[in-house]
Design a protein around this ligand. Structure first.
Ligand code: N01
Length: 536
């Protein structure tokens, strides 16, 4: 549903304190904080409603891979107490409703222009302001710009020969039709085996006549063991709410901080392995200390998971093809599934291993691999996103001296703390590269960043500071630190989207920050009058 901005006249000549790009969780909270501080704000959103990635990603089975109770904001205790999740892992429609509830509860929609894509943001050095332009002819001048554009919001164009030749139905998981898709009686190809595919394949297979899964790299997946949330679980969470919120605020949580340097073995290791099957998904993996720094330990866990896959899939040849190899568990984002492996025991599901028989081309009627051609009615591209930098680089962002963000990031993204970029004053990134971001609980990291950004704006405004900007030297030192802590980790060995490796031509740089105490560090920077930032 559009939010009433269709057919409107362009907004011109308006000056605001803050421009917010995106009406996902980050953009919604930022608008709330800015208004609470008495600032004028203009939000922009390409979609017809709020929700960001949860507005677009409506493919079957889409749901969060962090338990819902933790996939929640903590900044409003009232909100936490009045919102009720129905399942352990909330489905996409419910997460979207949560975003809509926040928008209504805090009356945030009037601050956004919907169906409006920001095309450029250009910094005027003389005025110390940004000019933001959109595809609807809007031109708004803002002192501050907050890019709440999401880390997984730009679906990758399928880089498959003949991708536009197929004449049947095609869908991208990241841009799913709002009215849904009826697969009944259809022959369906799914290309890709990341989280989006692993969540949707079991449901598509229940409906379609046949499903053929084209797998290039098998993924590690753990069972969600999803279930309705019992009252007692919700009450237990709410009883501990204040302590949980304080733990997040103090930066002492296991998410996003990795576990401490401990060696696990013997019974303790066996218990941690068993824990992978308890339905806590990614949280159970992150409970294994040093998983990403100890190759032997990691391989032991990989083999444990592989054995489980072999037990779940009846045909041993299919099982062997589904078993992930050649990279560490955790180095590509593991999935949390419902009946994924069991789906390959169905008569109507076939697996094509693209490592044995790569796709030669899509044809008008199907997919041709080196082993021959198969016909389909529908192709689902579950081929992923231009992650972390895609949405930012899609816009024409120009900082000091007219330098584009594309030029500044030609060798990969560079930020100070994942929050600001040298040469781009007064512009913030939410969960940007160089922060824990996609390796953390995103909603908690979004909350941390918006709190920090609001604090920085308040501090600068209180001192009549015209511009706040990451110092080039501080940024260089931070990036050196980000790279240093990543060295020796198993993340660097996998061709993952964390590394930009899934997008042809994208610089291969490990983008998230995996050091400890990130939140403590950014709070210290603020407490030291924004150490590492320059002001004018
Ligand atoms: O994308 P992906 P996704 N030919 O990049 C394959 C979040 N998310 O949308 O690995 C053939 O993981 C590609 O193969 P390979 C979550 O953070 C969360 O599934 O490059 N295959 C891979 O198998 C997740 O990690 C949820 O060899 C091609 C797949 O397509 C992130 O979003 C749900 C190909 C892409 O997998 C991205 O997930 C959904 C080609 N040309 C998503 N190009 C939750 O649970 C790509 N592939 C919260």
């Amino acid at each position: 549903m559009a939010d009433g901005t269709m057919g409107r006249a362009p907004v011109k000549g308006v000056q605001v304190d803050v421009a917010v790009v995106g009406a996902g969780f980050g953009g919604l909270y930022m608008v709330h904080k800015a208004r609470e501080a008495g600032l004028t704000v203009q939000g922009f959103e390409a979609g017809g409603g709020v929700g960001g990635t949860w507005y677009w990603n409506r493919s079957p089975g889409a749901r969060c891979d962090i338990p819902s109770l933790f996939y929640s904001f903590t900044w409003s205790e009232d909100l936490a107490r009045e919102w009720r999740w129905s399942e352990k892992y909330a489905p996409q429609p419910e997460i979207l409703k949560y975003a809509e509830h926040i928008a209504d509860r805090f009356d945030l929609r009037p601050s956004f222009l919907f169906e409006t894509r920001v095309e450029s943001a250009v910094f005027d050095e003389a005025a110390g302001r940004w000019t933001v332009k959109t595809n609807r002819g809007d031109e708004v001048s803002a002192r501050w710009v907050v890019m709440a554009t999401g880390c997984l919001s730009v679906p990758k164009t399928p880089d498959i020969p003949g991708a536009d030749r197929f004449k049947g139905e095609t869908y991208l998981t990241g841009l799913w039709p709002h009215e849904g898709v009826d697969f009944t009686g259809k022959r369906v190809a799914v290309i890709g085996t990341g989280s989006s595919a692993i969540q949707s394949i079991p449901l598509i297979a229940q409906q379609a006549a046949q499903v053929t899964v084209f797998q290039r790299t098998p993924n590690f997946s753990l069972p969600a063991l999803n279930s309705p949330l019992a009252d007692a679980e919700i009450e237990g969470f709410l009883e501990g709410f204040t302590a949980y919120r304080d733990m997040l605020r103090s930066g002492q949580s296991i998410f996003p901080s990795p576990p401490p340097d401990l060696r696990v073995q013997g019974e303790e290791l066996e218990a941690l392995k068993a824990g992978l099957w308890n339905g806590m998904g990614l949280m159970s993996l992150s409970a294994i200390p040093n998983l990403m720094r100890m190759p032997d330990l990691n391989e032991e866990i990989c083999e444990h998971v592989r054995d489980r896959v072999r037990q779940m899939v009846r045909d041993p040849e299919v099982a062997e093809r589904l078993v992930p190899r050649g990279y560490a568990i955790g180095a590509k984002r593991p999935c949390v599934d419902t009946n994924y492996y069991d789906t390959f025991n169905r008569q109507n599901v076939r697996l094509v291993d693209l490592r044995e028989t790569p796709i030669a081309t899509l044809t008008e009627t199907g997919v041709r691999t080196t082993a021959g051609e198969s016909e389909f009615d529908v192709i689902v591209f579950a081929t992923g996103f231009d992650a972390m930098t895609g949405a930012l680089l899609k816009m024409d962002i120009r900082g000091r001296g007219g330098r584009t963000l594309g030029e500044a990031w030609a060798e990969g993204p560079k930020t100070y703390l994942g929050l600001m970029i040298a040469g781009f004053p007064n512009l913030f990134t939410v969960t940007g590269p160089g922060s824990p971001s996609v390796l953390s609980n995103m909603i908690s990291s979004i909350e941390q960043h918006i709190d920090w950004i609001s604090g920085a704006i308040g501090w600068a405004d209180g001192r009549q500071v015209r511009t706040l900007e990451a110092d080039a030297g501080a940024q260089e030192a931070w990036m050196a630190h980000v790279n240093e802590v990543a060295q020796g980790s198993l993340y660097l060995d996998a061709a993952s989207w964390y590394m930009g490796a899934n997008v042809p031509g994208k610089p291969r740089v490990f983008m998230p920050y995996i050091g400890e105490g990130y939140k403590i560090r950014i709070d210290q920077v603020a407490a030291r009058d924004y150490e590492g930032f320059q002001t004018e």
